[in-house]
Design a protein around this ligand. Structure first.
Ligand code: GDP
Length: 295
């Protein structure tokens, strides 16, 4: 189950408390059961689910609260719990000033990777870092032009080679050029992959091993459904994903799969992509993300 469904199920369970005036422990148990099931189906650790349920029951017994109070209490506990789960306990990579920080972007085709590369580059440039972009996507015909146009728009140096078919050679050449010119943030956009394309996964591994980048960022479409966990896990198995960016959160999607992405990669979410415009990039904050999700 993805977070969108989880949000709906939890809100649905809580609605029972608003509707029911004859509130008692058995109704609370029923509501907690529904919430626990929804959390378990979303891969939440059984230990945390039980803890959440026990905490609420204990507070209910102590406070003998009204349905409204208990509803608020459950909401607070669920927010706390989900916020904790979205915290991977791992610090995101922090870029080193004056060094060539090589950042590699990976993800499924169409996830919004190329767009995010430019947004990410732009935010470092705006903070005063010497930033550059490399297109090592030799698979999708339009990717060179797309990144080139974006780079021109934000005035960031760009390297790509439309006549070269080997992405590792392109990445090597680009990194060499930008390292020589003392660029501090060197961003490599790689080919988007489909899950079944083992060749493209191999190519991604080759680029990864050629540089051992400072950071490898997995880009995931926020509207992706059930497949999120497997997708994120496949990338994590192929390369050492260090952080995650979730895109396309400007549409109907409330962030499906965020929980799965964190669980599968054991890595923090660092940014959210919230539109096609270059400035549509938000720093990830777990609690506000969860509050939005639960409405
Ligand atoms: P890539 O194949 O992973 O490199 O994906 P692209 O960066 O080319 O993006 C695929 C499509 O999604 C393009 O049409 C982008 O304009 C669009 N896109 C990317 N990020 C976002 C976003 O945050 N919101 C919306 N609405 N569209 C996006």
């Amino acid at each position: 189950m993805v977070l969108n469904d989880l949000g709906k199920k939890i809100s649905g369970a809580l609605l029972k408390l608003s509707k029911d005036y004859s509130f008692d422990e058995s109704l609370l148990n029923q509501v907690l059961k529904e919430i626990s099931l929804a959390l378990l189906q979303s891969d939440v650790n059984v230990k945390y689910v039980k803890q959440l349920s026990d905490n609420i029951l204990e507070k209910f017994k102590m406070e003998e609260g009204s349905a409204t109070n208990i509803k608020k209490l459950i909401q607070q506990c669920v927010v706390q719990e989900l916020t904790m789960m979205l915290d991977s306990k791992k610090q995101p990579f922090s870029l080193k000033r004056g060094k060539p920080n090589i950042i590699m972007f990976v993800g499924l085709q169409g996830a919004g990777k190329t767009t995010i590369c430019a947004k990410y580059a732009n935010q470092w440039k705006k903070k005063g870092w010497r930033t550059s972009l490399i297109c090592a996507d030799t698979f999708r015909a339009g990717s060179f032009n797309q990144l080139y146009q974006l780079a021109m728009k934000i005035r960031i140096p760009f390297y790509g080679n439309i006549t070269e078919t080997d992405p590792v050679a392109i990445a090597k050449e680009g990194v060499k050029i930008f390292q020589k010119q003392n660029y501090e943030v060197i961003i490599i956009d790689t080919s988007g992959r489909h899950m079944q394309e083992s060749e493209l996964f191999d190519e991604m591994k080759q680029i990864y091993s050629a540089f051992c980048p400072s950071e490898c960022i997995f880009v995931m479409d926020g509207s992706n459904g059930q497949a999120c966990f497997n997708q994120a896990q496949a990338f994590k198995k192929a390369v050492d994903v260090g952080s995650v960016i979730i895109t396309k959160l400007d549409g109907h999607s409330k962030g499906g799969g965020a929980l799965s992405a964190v669980a599968a990669t054991e890595s923090p979410i660092i940014f959210l992509g919230t539109g096609e415009h270059i400035d549509d990039l938000e720093t990830f904050k777990a609690e506000s993300f969860v509050r939005r999700l639960l409405g």
